[in-house]
Design a protein around this ligand. Structure first.
Ligand SMILES: [Zn+2]
Length: 623
């Protein structure tokens, strides 16, 4: 295990943490004060409306939470549901992931965060709580109108942040994550994470927690507890019980609706979750945060207090450790390998494709050996990049082809080993017939790209803009479309210089033809102030707009397709597949056949005002 260091800087509007292994940045956390989520927070809420039709209720959480939260009947305490709720944790593989909630260390802190961001987008009730909630709703016939009354007050926890118009989702089943355990004060049972495989270890942990807990407090033992000594686990149980007692007291003294407890911020959470035996030191740049971290460690994990250190250098901490530089590199597609090869990472919405390349000058002798060495080097780097960029979901890695089975096996083993250092769950599902390694990595927090980039405004994140030729042909179509309707005897077109030049040099003949047909001049003016993918006809801006469901920040990594067919599939952001229909739908008989073919295959808006076209749309063959 390489030496691990935690490096924390927390001043101004954000807190940032880098995890270094043997000096290299392997993980990065960012928390912006302005964007701190409320997931995991506890509120004393007040029922503002009961909705029998939905078997849910709106809960007022006070001024700090904009919208009313909603509570499903299955999330109301009581009626013997608790056992089933906890059984979920000890049950199937999926549920086990939820028990791992705290592993995420990200901003969502409770069990709810186990759900992938993809699921979240597709709409949330897929969370473990949701699934369990659904099961419960079917399993008995409690009615919300019998259980809740307007104005009623009780403690609730946020399990899911508000999305769009939907308020946050809350539950009456509180869970408080600690370092080794999660306290579920409303449930009387102990569960163990399924990722702890050893029966002996499971028994040991269960026994410790069972003896340390009061009868009515339930605990889930997290994977992090594996191998921890007895005292550490007891300390964690004590910490959580103390915390719960504090929360209860505060709740009884608080007037609803109001916040009762906010989950820990990044600095303290990293002390709680990341400061382990293998961490040599945790270096903090701000004196205030350093003092807080020390106080927290002294109270809850004193054996690590001395490992927390204040940084006193003159160079900013993240520069001193090369973290800023590593972060700048981590948003690029291309990652150079020391021996001359490289990775090309294409992060798309559906999947991420990683292409392994060798250096350009590989000798002819021992090609297989060079390739294998290159692939072995790539294994570590791919694993590191997945953690650093926090790429989740489906990932396809295209190693350079190797002939010998023994070499393939060696690379495969090395890749497994490299992934084992990742605390986020990875699964290699298979090697495809083409030699692609297919794997999944659990989605947790936002990816690095989502955190620190936004789609390019010019190309809306596609990484490509319309070519000058495509734009020129589009202008010709537009002129042909509106030619007859323009009242003046002159049609003014303004466009970027390269397009104007193209029209002037190559399309004069067709422009003449149009002029003759409409009995109007077509005046092409070159303009440097018009963006490269736009033009104006008679002063009116024409621009192909993105569909509203267009690429989000996460797809900012999309880049030009076409350098490799395989890669192109992943990027998905080619241009213009709908143009055939656009061209054909004009259907003028007198348009020259040759030109029509020229139009086909180019991107362009259709003939009506519905300008939702983009290269992302599927091909529509109206011909
Ligand atoms: Zn762009």
């Amino acid at each position: 295990m390489p030496e691990t260091k935690l490096v924390v800087t927390s001043e101004g509007p954000e807190a940032r943490l880098g995890v270094l292994e043997a000096g290299a940045l392997v993980e990065y956390f960012l928390e912006r004060a302005r964007e701190r989520g409320i997931s995991g927070n506890l509120y004393k809420g007040r029922v503002s409306r009961v909705l029998p039709g939905l078997q849910a209720a709106f809960i007022d959480l006070g001024k700090t939470v904009e919208k009313k939260a909603y509570l499903y009947v299955g999330d109301i305490l009581g009626a013997g549901d608790e056992r089933r709720l906890l059984e979920g944790y000890d049950g199937g593989d999926d549920e086990d992931e939820e028990a791992e909630g705290g592993e995420d260390k990200g901003k969502d802190k409770t069990q709810a965060q186990g759900q992938s961001s993809k699921k979240r987008r597709k709409d949330g009730p897929a969370s473990a709580r949701g699934r369990r909630g659904a099961k419960k709703q079917v399993s008995h016939s409690r009615k919300i109108e019998d259980l809740l009354k307007e104005g009623q007050e009780f403690l609730v926890q946020i399990v899911k942040e508000a999305v769009g118009n939907k308020g946050a989702r809350v539950t009456g089943y509180v869970s408080l994550p600690g370092r080794h355990c999660v306290l579920m004060p409303t449930i009387d049972k102990v569960g163990v994470s399924h990722r702890i495989a050893s029966d002996g270890e499971r028994k040991r942990l269960r026994k410790i927690v069972d003896s340390a807990r009061p009868k009515d407090a339930g605990f889930i033992i997290r994977t992090a507890a594996e191998g921890a000594d007895d005292q550490e686990i007891r300390d964690d149980v004590d910490y959580l019980l103390k915390l719960w007692e504090q929360i209860r007291q505060k709740s009884s003294l608080t007037k609803a609706p109001a916040l009762v407890y906010a989950d820990l911020d990044l600095v303290l959470r990293s002390v709680r979750d990341l400061l382990r035996d293998n961490v040599a030191e945790m270096v903090i740049e701000s004196d205030e945060q350093y003092q807080r971290a020390r106080r927290f460690a002294t109270a809850f994990m004193p054996k690590y207090t001395e490992r927390i250190k204040l940084y006193q250098g003159r160079t900013p901490l993240f520069d001193a450790y090369g973290i800023e530089e590593a972060l700048r590199a981590a948003i690029h597609r291309r990652v150079p390998l020391k021996s001359g090869g490289s990775l090309v990472i294409d992060q798309g919405e559906a999947l991420t494709a990683i292409d392994v390349n060798t250096g350009s000058f590989i000798g002819k002798n021992d090609l297989e050996k060079t390739i294998t060495a290159n692939n072995l080097e790539a294994c570590d780097e791919v694993a590191r990049q997945l953690r650093l960029r926090n790429i989740g979901g489906i990932i396809v890695v295209d190693f350079v082809d190797m002939e010998k089975e023994s070499n393939r096996k060696q690379v495969w083993d090395a890749f497994q080993k490299a992934l084992a250092r990742d605390s986020t769950r990875c699964n290699i599902t298979k090697i495809s017939e083409l030699g692609l390694v297919e794997m999944t990595r659990k989605r947790t927090r936002e990816s690095l790209l989502q955190m620190i980039t936004q789609p390019c405004p010019t190309c809306s994140g596609r990484g490509v803009t319309k070519s000058a030729t495509a734009l020129a042909h589009e202008i010709l179509r537009e002129v042909r479309r509106i030619g007859a309707t323009v009242k003046a005897d002159r049609i003014l077109v303004e466009c970027p210089p390269p397009t104007a030049e193209l029209l002037d040099r190559y399309e004069r003949r067709y422009l003449d033809e149009l002029e003759k047909r409409f009995q109007k001049m077509v005046d092409i003016k070159s303009s440097t102030t018009i963006p490269m993918d736009q033009y104006k006809v008679e002063g009116r801006v024409v621009k192909v707009e993105e569909p509203s469901s267009g690429p989000k920040s996460g797809s900012a990594g999309r880049k030009r397709r076409g350098r490799s067919g395989r890669r192109g599939r992943a990027g998905g952001g080619g241009s213009g597949s709908d143009a055939a229909s656009a061209a054909d739908s004009h259907g003028d008989d007198d348009a020259s056949e040759g030109h029509r073919e020229g139009l086909a295959g180019q991107a362009g808006p259709g003939e009506n005002d519905d300008r939702r076209r983009s290269g992302l749309e599927p091909k529509d063959d109206t011909a």
